[in-house]
Design a protein around this ligand. Structure first.
Ligand code: ADP
Ligand code: ADP
Ligand code: ZN
Ligand code: ZN
Length: 836
């Protein structure tokens, strides 16, 4: 083949499951890669094209700079010609831990600080402040009282001593450390003459205050196990003490630990004994008084950062086009200031407009990124690119429509068109049919997942796909079969919530039908997650008595600094629910130690099979031997991680395969044991599909594997580390884990966009699984944008009509056909199409 002008020519691509494929794809066009999950789309778009572009770029930079990049493995491909430099916009895998906000990711906060510094309204007599003075992260800006946290934390006697009938020995001071350190403090008090065996409330106020609140740290001799008299005698007789102990008051201990500990668990422990309130000096705005005294359009910078982006646009537009009232008058005295305001306002307006077009107008600059969905995060980064004025690059995107209502998808397509109009190429991995229809070129990979895929079924303009019989995408793209409505199911009761308020929901009354499948719909930012994933989940877990927050929830709270307020409650129907299962897109683990096989419980059974082999029995190996988490069986060098962490000076540390076990995680003796000629590491390397053949006679293993296949995960490897899974994959693993223990009934399942990452063919499989849950007597509530799922559900609750302040209400609810007829609902238009 010779290379065509204006095309990228790929020859002999063999990355992952790709079967030595060759194809030409056009530049300066929107190219969409389609195919069922696991067919090889990402292996081609990211693993081959993007990886090669990155490799070429990195060859041109110094080895030192190269280490700064998250390097992709070198792709298996013979040759690629005509490839422009590439920028990848992938969905974040795992959760980011860095503290950042919408303002910092988009760099809009920098602009705003410049604006306040140079063009803000200063009170009479106040000198001009530098831009840094408007940042909560600098000493020039941070409120000195709360150090820029916006909150002050304090403790009271009641918060640290919850039960004052206990003695100090009985741990009256609950806030104190436990174990040795707690005993040490008690022994110190004994030496100092305090009675640690009377109820706390019988101690004098003076003593109680000193023990809790003193800032002094006296050093005293400690005689563990002695009582007060014995200690006094020992001191008189000059008996050598065990050691000298240093006292720390409870308040000091709690506040110091909270501020300084690196351990989330410790922070969590001490925070139980603290009370937090808005800082009295800055009222939660985190900045110095002087900084807050500067305003623009009547807002201080903190209030401005709390406004939805949509409103920022309304505020800045008049400054960018010169129509703001009073501008002319001001221009005569402060011409420079007016010019600066106009220049910065123009830039702000341009950037915010892009964010609005991408359907993110409901976000505020202050919103912290850990509270954003992966789809929102990807679109924020996309917006930054649209404004970057780059040209001649190829953008490689991973399912940009994730989390988008069909109405928002139209805006996304406009933004992509904008990037293309600037002279760029777009390679997009996508399942959403509206995006696929918008493509100028389709590369369909398949026909199936893993080994069954990896072929290029089609590469050309969309119409041509019509003729490709083996394509699974074809049937959905050119679907002319009528929609077959499943027989609607009747609810056996209603779960009623009254007067709930959270984020943009205010005094909302809502009822969810029990024993059926309900879809909650609405444009992004309308309040679906606030209602379902926040309010409903919190109220139900209260009702079910799961009062201890999970590690997840706790980390979220820490990252958000604030606990959102919730009013209202469940008034009826909760008694029909015995258990709640939330299947969300949060990672299933944060280290490579958890993986698909361990999470689903499948690995326990596999380990037993290995322990039952002749060799294991002769060597007395138990199932524990085959765990990479315990001492005997695992590789001693990497302690079963398979990877070793390499610390780099000044850089984030990276994982590299362990040189001793070559990443197998086990020691040589363990690997000598085989089951049907495979050792345990080889089993972990199998895909779910391969394992299903391998374990076809082992019912218990097979059952788990089959469920994983049914949710479209047959292409994943059993040992696939949790850290490599996308949010959608993590969610489907949780779903599969639930499905295998299913069918007790009376369970409420809550799913947040379960179709993320799924080809329409896989969506059908998912629908069957959801139906199974309902048929077993359970209630299923999904937040969903996929109209196929919405149309197939028993009940629809449409939230909106718009996003943020313009949403938060129930626009309409009912059976799908009824909702489709509603005039106000933005969902109705798209739902109607499904029925035609
Ligand atoms: P898609 O993007 O179409 O969902 P992928 O390209 O991610 O599919 O996967 C195609 C095949 O390659 C699957 O069988 C998958 O398990 C395999 N695969 C993907 N990533 C890796 C990897 N890092 N190492 C080994 N195999 C992989
Ligand atoms: P949806 O799920 O429909 O996309 P959300 O419930 O996430 O919508 O958002 C509804 C509104 O509440 C939006 O204005 C959003 O910015 C706001 N919001 C959502 N979560 C938070 C949060 N953790 N903190 C502050 N505001 C939030
Ligand atoms: Zn403050
Ligand atoms: Zn090792």
């Amino acid at each position: 083949m010779t290379q065509k002008e204006g095309y990228v020519a790929i020859r002999g691509a063999r990355q992952h499951n790709l079967k030595d494929v060759s194809l030409d794809i056009p530049r300066d066009a929107l190219v969409v890669f389609t195919g069922v999950s696991g067919s090889g789309k990402s292996s081609l778009a990211f693993g081959t094209l993007y990886a090669e572009a990155q490799r070429r770029y990195l060859e041109s930079v110094s080895p030192y700079a190269r280490r700064l990049f998250h390097q992709m493995p070198i792709p298996e491909v013979d040759q690629i010609d005509g490839l422009p430099p590439a920028v990848a916009l992938q969905q974040q895998r795992g959760s980011g831990t860095t503290r950042s906000s919408v303002g910092s990711v988009t760099t809009l906060s920098n602009l705003l600080r410049m604006l306040y510094s140079r063009a803000g309204d200063y009170p009479k007599g106040q000198s001009i402040l530098y831009a840094e003075a408007f940042s909560t992260n600098t000493p020039e800006g941070a409120c000195p009282e709360c150090h820029g946290l916006g909150k002050v934390y304090d403790v009271t006697e009641k918060s640290m001593v919850p039960d004052d009938t206990l003695t100090i020995r009985e741990r009256a001071i609950a806030a104190w450390p436990t174990a040795w350190q707690g005993q040490n403090l008690r022994d110190i008090l004994t030496t100092m003459g305090y009675d640690v065996d009377v109820p706390w409330k019988e101690l004098s106020k003076k003593d109680r205050d000193w023990i809790l609140f003193t800032k002094e740290q006296p050093q005293v001799p400690v005689y563990p196990g002695y009582d007060r008299e014995e200690v006094q005698r020992a001191i008189k007789q000059k008996i050598e003490p065990s050691y000298m102990g240093t006292f720390t008051g409870a308040q000091r201990y709690v506040l110091h630990t909270f501020a300084n500990t690196q351990s989330t668990l410790m922070k969590k422990r001490v925070s139980q004994y603290m009370l937090s309130s808005d800082c009295p000096s800055c009222h939660g705005k985190r900045l110095r008084r002087e900084s807050l005294s500067v305003t623009f359009a009547g807002f201080d910078i903190a209030d401005m950062s709390r406004l939805p982006l949509k409103q920022l646009l309304t505020i800045f537009k008049p400054y960018s086009d010169g129509s703001a009232p009073g501008l002319a008058k001001q221009a005569t005295n402060h011409q420079e200031k007016v010019l600066v305001a106009q220049r910065i306002a123009e830039d702000l307006v341009a950037r915010v407009t892009v964010l609005l077009e991408l359907g993110l107008g409901y976000l505020s600059l202050e919103r912290s990124t850990p509270t954003l969905s992966p789809g929102e995060h990807q679109r924020l980064r996309l917006a930054a690119q649209v404004r970057s004025n780059l040209f001649g690059v190829v953008y490689v995107l991973d399912e940009p429509s994730a989390g988008l209502h069909p109405a928002d998808t139209e805006a996304l397509l406009k933004a992509l068109d904008g990037l293309k109009a600037c002279g760029n190429s777009l390679f997009v991995v996508e399942h959403e049919l509206d995006v696929i229809r918008h493509a100028e070129w389709i590369v369909d990979v398949g026909p199936d997942a893993g080994e069954g895929g990896g072929e290029i079924l089609y590469s050309g303009p969309p119409e041509g796909l019509k003729n490709i019989e083996r394509s699974k995408t074809r049937a959905h793209l050119f679907n002319d079969q009528p929609f077959i409505k499943p027989t609607p199911r009747q609810p056996f009761g209603w779960l009623t919530l009254k007067d709930v308020s959270r984020n943009n929901l205010t005094h909302l009354d809502v009822s969810f039908p029990l024993g059926v499948l309900t879809s909650v719909t609405g444009v992004s930012g309308s309040g679906k997650s606030s209602l379902v994933s926040q309010v409903l989940v919190e109220l139900m877990s209260d009702f079910l008595g799961n009062t201890t927050p999970s590690e997840d929830q706790f980390e979220d709270a820490l990252q958000q600094d604030t606990v959102a307020t919730l009013t209202g409650g469940i008034t009826d129907g909760a008694e029909h629910i015995k258990r709640m299962v939330v299947v969300n897109q949060k990672p299933i683990g944060r280290t490579p130690r958890s993986n698909l096989a361990t999470y689903t419980g499948l690995f326990d059974v596999v380990r037993k099979l290995f322990a039952a082999t002749e060799l294991s029995k002769s060597r007395r190996y138990t199932a524990g031997r085959f765990s990479f988490n315990v001492g005997k069986g695992r590789c001693p060098n990497c302690e079963g991680e398979g990877f070793v962490m390499v610390e780099l000076l000044f850089l984030p540390s990276v994982y590299a395969p362990c040189p001793v076990c070559s990443g197998t995680r086990y020691n040589a003796q363990t690997l000598e044991v085989t089951y049907h000629d495979k050792n345990i590491a080889q089993v972990l390397k199998m895909t779910v599909n391969e394992a299903a053949d391998f374990f076809e006679k082992e019912d218990r293993v097979l059952r788990s594997l089959n469920v994983l296949q049914e949710v479209g995960l047959g292409y994943l490897r059993l040992g696939q580390p949790a850290t490599e899974l996308s949010g959608g994959e993590a969610q489907r693993i949780k779903l599969a884990t639930e499905l295998q223990r299913m069918s007790r009934g009376k369970t409420l399942y809550i799913l947040d966009e379960p179709t993320t990452g799924l080809h329409p063919t896989d969506v059908e499989k998912l629908q069957l699984q959801l139906a199974k849950l309902v048929d077993a007597g359970n209630t299923v509530i999904v937040v969903e944008h996929d109209m196929q799922v919405v149309a197939g559900s028993d009940w629809v609750i449409d939230i909106g009509p718009g996003a943020g302040d313009e949403g938060g209400k129930i626009v309409t609810e009912g059976i799908p056909e009824a909702v489709a007829k509603n005039k106000e609902s933005k969902t109705a238009v798209y739902l109607r199409r499904t029925f035609n």
